[in-house]
Design a protein around this ligand. Structure first.
Ligand SMILES: [Zn+2]
Length: 294
């Protein structure tokens, strides 16, 4: 994974010539629409601060696995000029529209059809490259700025990744409960291999965890072995915590619900999610480990 990120990082540097830009904004009347908020964060990294933010289609508290478009959202899609989406597997509610509008003036840019992929730094790096290519094509006058921002974004993602790999190095086997697989790839990529799946029946397209596995996880909580559980907006461990009061809980948002859309928003989002996870795993703040900062 790291190797892959490095390849992208280097290819971004090589393919895209260095930029010596005057600070001109990407500023046109183009209506840009991104399907989900994490894509708006990556878009902002490539275009902010002067360019208008992209519109976001799916509300950040929605669940992609069983989402369907309202009439108003359909209207939003039909008015957009440039649409960034993840693809038919991840976003089936857009698949038919993408087909239907193929012949129109709309430009649909398919980014990365990998479930929860936007939560992985190396996938985010790929998303940013595809997005930057589409933006350069549309705004050739802003090529150098967009490319410079892409390089900066790749670099900040890489720093985030190495920083957290360092912080998590001593926690690689520490078990923790995941009530939904969204953050599994991210945590694994950063060296945390102790994720224990604990999905109830309301798991939105994911198969629930078997009874035996859940009972075994409960035994490990009772024994004090598992001390951290990761909640999401629709994954609630409060009843489990009532039974096992020593269980710490962190609530993470796969759709970046609480993150401001700014140029640094994507990195801030993952950084604060990982800080929350660190605190959940260790009972202490990651700030105490700041000597490991790069
Ligand atoms: Zn999921």
């Amino acid at each position: 994974m790291i190797q892959r990120l490095r390849v992208f990082f280097i290819s971004a540097l090589v393919v895209l010539a260095p930029a010596y830009s005057q600070a001109q904004p990407v500023n046109t009347n183009t209506q840009v629409l991104v399907s989900i908020k994490p894509l708006a964060l990556i878009y902002a990294a490539l275009t902010a601060p002067q360019a208008p933010a992209a519109n976001i289609l799916v509300p950040a508290d929605a669940n992609l696995h069983d989402f369907s478009l309202s009439i108003r959202q359909l209207d939003t899609v039909s008015k957009a000029d440039l649409i960034f989406w993840l693809g038919p597997k991840t976003e089936p509610y857009l698949a038919e529209l993408a087909q239907r509008f193929k012949q129109s003036d709309q430009q649909w840019v398919l980014l990365q059809d990998q479930m929860h992929g936007w939560l992985e730094p190396d996938v985010a790096a790929e998303i940013a490259i595809t997005m930057a290519q589409a933006l350069v094509q549309r705004y050739p006058a802003h090529k150098s700025q967009i490319e410079q921002r892409l390089v900066d974004f790749q670099r900040s993602i890489h720093t985030l990744e190495t920083t957290w790999q360092g912080r998590f190095a001593s926690l690689s086997d520490t078990p923790f409960l995941l009530g939904h697989s969204a953050f599994e790839h991210l945590t694994h990529e950063l060296g945390l291999t102790g994720a224990v799946e604990y999905q109830g029946s309301h798991s939105h397209g994911h198969a629930p965890t078997g009874m035996q596995a859940m009972l075994s996880a409960q035994k490990r909580i009772a024994a004090g072995e598992i001390r951290c559980a990761v909640e999401e907006p629709d994954v609630d461990f409060s009843r489990l915590q009532q039974r096992f009061s020593q269980l710490r809980i962190v609530r993470l948002s796969p759709m970046a619900a609480d993150t401001q859309v700014t140029a640094g928003g994507y990195v801030d989002y993952l950084d604060s999610a990982l800080a929350g996870l660190y605190q959940c795993l260790t009972g202490q703040s990651a700030a105490n480990k700041s000597t490991m900062e790069q």
